[in-house]
Design a protein. Structure first.
Length: 647
């Protein structure tokens, strides 16, 4: 794969618009609940996050009390890659902190609702940030906080002298990231990424990049195989030429042997290089399909067969040359050499057959091991998926508003299956692990306690509401009484005014006097309204007032702190009806205190009576016995156990 000249020295940033369905898929990917994320895993390391992985809940909370336009995009996924050669990939906290700072600098301090740094993938320099940028939307009639997916990007494009098009905003993002690496992180030697040469997306997924690498490795192995085949054909051709030139001089035969040895050395070197590259590629191709591995194994067998063929050809060529050289004078020796050569060839072929058989058996054993491993992996994946679904079901059951009604039943637990989806019902009816089963029981117990506390709180709220209603009724009655008084006064004034109109000419002075009375009555009405506030406070919060026997009112220290505005009203002389209400309130407080005192005294007398009965002993006259029965009855009514009965 051709790499950029800035690879390792530059970073990159990419923004994806997300619909709600895309946000759901991103949450499953982060929680490793989809096939793609599980295929990418190279370890069991947990991701680093400052917000958690529940993207949908975080998104809903982030948009609370916020105006969201009617558009498909509801959020954005910002992916930031740090320079591999300049930033330590084993410092995820550092990368996450700088990634958040960069995003907040571009999209505002209230844009991020989730973040994540995956630590179980091959890539170690990627940070995922999920945002829904906000701004104050001001119209002619109102202003409100709203969500925007383009406002900040266009502003960034203007800042960096780029067009406000998708391509221009992308360039502006890369400019801003490079400036952050250079000026804020101060990375030495950092460079800006190379601009794209053509329009359109150029990002490739991890699976696509891996497929490109494997394709290049397959092409390289194919080239090496072609070179091996050409070398084998060249050796065969040389051996053929050597056989036809058996009458040449010993010097030429020695040169041919040297060429043959050189060709064999080159073949061995090529084989070693191919084996080395195959071993390096095998570690990366373990998760490829079985067909690819079988193809590579077949290729290795073909290479071995080529080498065996080359060795056979070399042996036959040597035998032919020796036979041509010594045919006339060493016939018997030539026959022995031919026999030896045939024996070596037979041994080589037998060894090759044995190696192929062992290789076939090894492949069968590897296939069986792989099948068992795949089965174990599938079982483990199914168990993990079931645990995840059951955990999600428990998470939903923790909210009673979901209607699952999780309850403990001895050592078991139950839920409302009618409120479950088919997938949740399957997870519910499947066997539960001991850990999740105990977790469900504990959660059910906690929910029972929460429900009981909620019931108690509601009962107390009902009592409080009843008391508030009674106080409001008293307030209404007092206000009605004041209004009735005012209405009577106004009616009297109206009657007097009508009479004065008949005698207007002769009674002008009296009219002026009546006008003065009307003003006084209005003042009385205003005063009545002010004192109505005082009586309301007196009824609802009696601890704020001190009431004298004459009905005079004064604020306590608590009243001065809680209702300082009443101080000015109480400095005036209260009306008679206010004094009456104050006296009644005082009498009520005194009666309540006396009742409490009498109750205490009654209990004390009862206790003394109990002690006297106990001292009397078992020897009592019939009349005294009857009195004892009546006394015990009275003790029971007061809630005191009779004589001889322990609490």
């Amino acid at each position: 794969m051709k790499k950029s000249p800035n690879a390792g020295l530059s970073g990159a940033v990419r923004v994806q618009q997300l619909k709600l369905s895309d946000l759901t898929m991103a949450e499953k990917h982060g929680k490793r609940m989809d096939a793609t994320s599980r295929a990418r895993r190279t370890s069991r390391d947990a991701p680093l996050s400052t917000t958690g992985l529940n993207l949908q809940k975080l998104h809903r909370y982030h948009l609370k009390d916020t105006f969201v336009p009617k558009a498909k995009s509801k959020a954005m996924h910002v992916i930031i890659q740090f320079p591999k050669d300049l930033v330590d990939g084993e410092k995820p906290a550092l990368m996450l902190r700088h990634a958040r700072a960069f995003v907040e600098d571009v999209f505002g301090p209230d844009a991020i609702f989730a973040d994540r740094v995956d630590r179980d993938e091959k890539g170690r320099h990627i940070v995922d940030i999920f945002i829904a940028p906000k701004y104050m939307k001001i119209t002619k009639h109102q202003q409100k906080i709203a969500v925007t997916m383009s406002r900040h990007l266009k502003a960034l494009a203007v800042k960096h002298d780029r067009p406000t098009t998708p391509r221009g905003t992308g360039h502006a993002l890369q400019d801003a990231l490079f400036a952050y690496f250079r000026d804020v992180m101060k990375l030495p030697g950092v460079q800006r990424g190379s601009p794209k040469t053509i329009a359109g997306p150029d990002w490739l997924s991890a699976e696509q990049l891996r497929e490109q690498e494997l394709q290049e490795q397959r092409s390289e192995l194919q080239r090496e195989r072609s070179e091996l085949e050409r070398s084998a054909r060249s050796v065969a051709e040389q051996e053929k030429q050597a056989a036809s030139a058996s009458e040449e001089t010993e010097e030429k035969r020695r040169a041919a042997r040297e060429d043959r040895d050189l060709a064999k050395a080159e073949l061995e070197k090529a084989k070693r290089d191919a084996d080395t590259r195959r071993r390096e590629a095998d570690a990366e191709r373990e998760r490829q399909a079985e067909a690819d591995r079988m193809a590579r194994t077949e290729m290795e067998l073909q290479q071995a067969e080529l080498l065996v063929s080359a060795a056979n050809a070399n042996s036959e060529a040597v035998a032919e040359r020796d036979r041509a050289k010594k045919l006339a004078e060493q016939l018997e020796s030539e026959k022995r050499e031919i026999s030896n050569a045939k024996a070596e060839i037979a041994a080589t072929v037998a060894a090759g057959n044995l190696e192929r058989e062992e290789g076939r058996q090894s492949r069968e054993e590897a296939k069986q091991i792989k099948r068992e491993a795949l089965q174990e992996r599938e079982n483990a994946a199914a168990r993990i998926l079931l645990d995840q679904n059951q955990l999600a079901l428990l998470e939903r059951a923790s909210d009673d508003e979901q209607g699952l009604n999780l309850r403990a039943n001895g050592q078991a637990f139950t839920m409302n299956e009618s409120e479950m989806t088919s997938e949740e019902r399957k997870a519910y009816t499947s066997p539960w692990s001991k850990i999740l089963h105990n977790m469900a029981l504990k959660l059910a117990a906690i929910l029972d306690r929460v429900r009981e506390m909620t019931r108690q709180v509601r009962a107390r709220e009902e009592v409080a509401e009843k008391r508030i209603a009674e106080a409001q009724q008293r307030e209404h009655d007092a206000e009605k009484q004041a209004l009735d008084s005012l209405a009577s006064a106004r009616k009297a004034l109206a009657d007097e005014t009508s009479a004065m109109k008949l005698e207007k000419a002769s009674h002008r002075a009296k009219t002026e006097a009546l006008r003065g009375r009307e003003s006084a009555i209005a003042a009385i009405a205003d005063t009545a309204q002010l004192w109505s506030q005082v009586t309301q406070q007196l009824v609802s919060s009696p601890h704020r007032f001190d009431v004298s026997s004459s009905g005079a009112l004064a604020l306590t220290n608590a009243g001065r702190k809680e209702a300082p505005a009443l101080e000015a009203i109480l400095m005036k002389e209260p009306p008679d009806w206010v004094r009456t209400i104050a006296k009644q309130q005082r009498e009520l407080s005194i009666a309540t205190a006396r009742a409490a005192t009498r109750d205490v005294e009654a209990k004390q007398n009862a206790i003394r009576l109990k002690e006297l009965i106990a001292k009397a002993g078992p020897v009592l006259s019939p009349k005294q016995e009857a009195f004892k029965v009546e006394a015990n009855t009275a003790l029971r009514q007061l809630g005191i156990p009779p004589t001889g009965i322990e609490r």
